[in-house]
Design a protein around this ligand. Structure first.
Ligand code: GLC
Length: 632
């Protein structure tokens, strides 16, 4: 059962898309404080607390303090309160499981048994609509929530392929080298992301005149080889006479403004920029339509970045101020405004919606510009973003802790609707190692977005640059053979409003509550990755009898009993498990997704039937009519 209670007049976020009955406050007590409304409820010692999407720490959020305030910060330490997205849905899993979604677009602080307080405290700085959900289990509560926030974005099949990216690719030679490197190593590749250097001086919707003046022809040649180009689009539009996007935006009042009504200026990659007023519907339509400058050149996928929005410094504060104290950024967020329905809205008051509205701007227009499904993922997000695109988890580091973090983030993001997601495989900043990259690939082999991305001036981490490239090939080959299952499960989850990645506790309850480094992937699979340096074995908890599958170039299956077992996982192998009575279709693989035949599969596991979602991989209308039953 779901009820909503409105406190004050919150800004409409459009996170929830179906009508919900009005109710009255239960579960929480409410206290008005000088910092906002404080909702509190007691937590029993054994209650687990889930949700909160893209936050740090484990799957069970107990013991932590989390602040929803979208932030561009590379230091993904365990105690970092804020990352790039805000997903204020939380689930208390105890004797009477319930969920609460605090729908408010600015700062919310969650303290969950913080310093052993024995309570859940949620401080909402501003007006809020609270959705309360009662259910039979944490999983049931989550599925009810997924029903009210609408269907997740479904990208084309090629977006489930392997992608290479790096900040620092500048010329065609760089991109050609990537294709040649992967081809020579016979490692599949579906797309290459184009970071900011493809543009003319980082100006959105322009092309570097020296290297990419003929992007249309180049994109065509790449596609002929089965590789798509996926350019980045940043939120800030460079202030420069002659820059069409800038001129049109100024003329039509499509940028965020200062108190005096003039466009607000802040520095990002291109230098001083204006920020599109994404909460304004007309500005969204205009900015989204600008993507036609690239779709006309044959581009079918984009990543949206710097959309918290990130600010290096502004017309009010210098970069030295910014480096000193992040309070300067918050002050700037208070200094500029959106114009919605003729009313001025202070940016700070709707801050967490900015990336969401940018994704929406792009998605709604790409849907009009293209006759096929497209790839779109963003850095910043809010609940509701999942209907328009995916996200990647931002600027992580090449370290084992950040590999482990994505395993925690996957189910938490899925609880908030975000299905299309993944991390910078190998790590963004810092220098990766061969071992870390292979183990990271073995995790990303299960995530919808499987992209190797790294920062300029770090160690090059394209797979073909390492010794014994065969080991990398085997892991990525596995991904392509696993695609018939992954793609089918993904689309079914989107259509049925389900999670792709579930904590074991969501299915096996109490006995699996302590397990955080194994995940259920779709309806049949349990993944059990190696997340530690130097390890080639790990302990696996088996909540029931399962089929153990080892991939070493081919699939080997064995039935294993309930309990715990030690498995060995050499660097070039993948070991996963299939739940009792379930099946997993695997295919023959290919050099890219266009070579994959999703219908030519072998069924692994001891089940009797598998429901496979099957389509051409790009058709816009996905429906459950395209589910066929495979029998073993
Ligand atoms: C931001 C992005 C990163 C990108 C860089 C340059 O840091 O998060 O992925 O490579 O900007 O565009």
């Amino acid at each position: 059962m779901i009820q909503k209670i409105t406190f004050g007049s919150p800004f409409p976020t459009e996170a929830v898309v179906v009508p919900v009955e009005e109710g009255s406050l239960s579960r929480f007590t409410l206290r008005e404080t000088e910092h906002g409304r404080l909702f509190s409820c007691p937590l029993a010692k054994t209650d687990a607390v889930y949700g909160l999407g893209e936050t740090m720490r484990g799957i069970n959020k107990r013991g932590g303090r989390y602040v929803s305030f979208n932030t561009d910060d590379m230091r993904h330490r365990a105690d970092m309160p804020s990352l790039y997205g805000s997903h204020n849905f939380i689930i208390v899993d105890g004797t009477e499981p319930f969920g609460a979604f605090f729908d408010t677009p600015t700062c919310v602080t969650f303290e969950i048994d913080y310093r052993k307080s024995g309570k859940l405290d949620v401080l909402c700085e501003q007006d809020v609509t609270l959705y309360l959900i009662d259910g039979e289990s944490a999983y049931d509560v989550t599925r009810q929530f997924l029903q009210i926030i609408g269907q997740s974005f479904i990208p084309p099949l090629w977006a489930f392929g392997y992608g290479q990216s790096r900040w620092g690719y500048k010329t065609k030679k760089d991109y050609d080298g990537v294709v040649a490197g992967y081809r020579k190593a016979q490692i599949p590749l579906d797309y290459i992301c184009m970071d900011i250097d493809y543009m003319d001086r980082y100006i959105d919707f322009t092309l570097n005149p020296k290297h990419f003046a003929d992007l249309k022809e180049y994109a065509r040649q790449m596609k002929e080889q089965g590789v798509r180009l996926v350019p980045i689009i940043d939120a800030g539009v460079k202030i420069e006479p002659g820059n069409e996007t800038y001129e049109e935006g100024v003329k039509n009042g499509y940028f965020c403004v200062n108190e005096d009504g003039n466009p607000f200026s802040a520095a990002v990659w291109p230098g001083m920029t204006h920020f599109p007023d994404f909460p304004q519907p007309k500005a969204r339509e205009w900015f989204g339509n600008e993507y036609h400058k690239l779709t006309e050149l044959g581009i079918e996928g984009f990543w949206n970045d710097m959309n918290e929005p990130a600010i290096f410094h502004s017309e009010y504060s210098s970069s030295a101020d910014y480096a000193k104290d992040k309070k300067f950024r918050e002050s700037d967020y208070k200094r500029f405004f959106h114009t919605v329905d003729g009313k001025r809205i202070r940016h700070y008051d709707v801050h967490n919606l900015y990336g969401y509205m940018m994704t929406r701007a792009a998605s709604e227009q790409l849907d009009k510009l293209l006759d096929k499904r497209f790839l779109l993922f963003s850095r910043s997000s809010y609940v509701g973003s999942h209907r328009y695109g995916g996200i990647w988890t931002g600027d992580n580091r090449s370290c084992w802790a950040h590999l482990r973090q994505i395993v925690y983030q996957l189910p938490s993001l899925n609880m908030c609707g975000i299905l299309y997601t993944g991390s910078d495989t190998g790590g963004f900043s810092g220098n990766t190692t061969r071992e870390l990259l292979i183990r990271w690939l073995a995790v990303s082999a299960f995530t919808p977005l499987m992209r190797n991305h790294s920062m300029i001036a770090t160690r090059r981490q394209e797979c073909y640059r390492f010794s014994d490239v065969q080991e990398f090939k085997q892991i990525i080959d596995f991904r392509y053979r696993f695609l018939p299952y992954l793609y089918s499960e993904y689309v079914k989850c989107a259509l049925r409003r389900d999670m792709l990645f579930k904590p074991l506790a969501f299915v096996y309850g109490e006995k699996a509550k302590h397990i955080e480094d194994q995940l259920l992937v779709g309806d049949s699979v349990m993944m059990t990755p190696i997340l530690e340096k130097g390890k080639t074995t790990r302990t696996v908890f088996l909540p029931e009898e399962m089929t153990m599958v080892r991939y070493d170039g081919s699939f080997h299956c064995a039935t294993v009993p309930e309990g715990t077992m030690e498995i060995s996982v050499p660097l070039d192998e993948i070991v996963f498990f299939i739940r009792k009575g379930k099946l997993v279709p695997v295919g023959k693989g290919g050099n890219n997704t266009s070579e994959i035949d999703l219908s030519d599969v072998t069924l692994l596991g001891d089940g009797t039937e598998y429901e496979q979602y099957l389509d051409d991989g790009f058709t816009k209308q996905c429906t459950l009519d395209d589910v066929r039953v495979l029998k073993k």
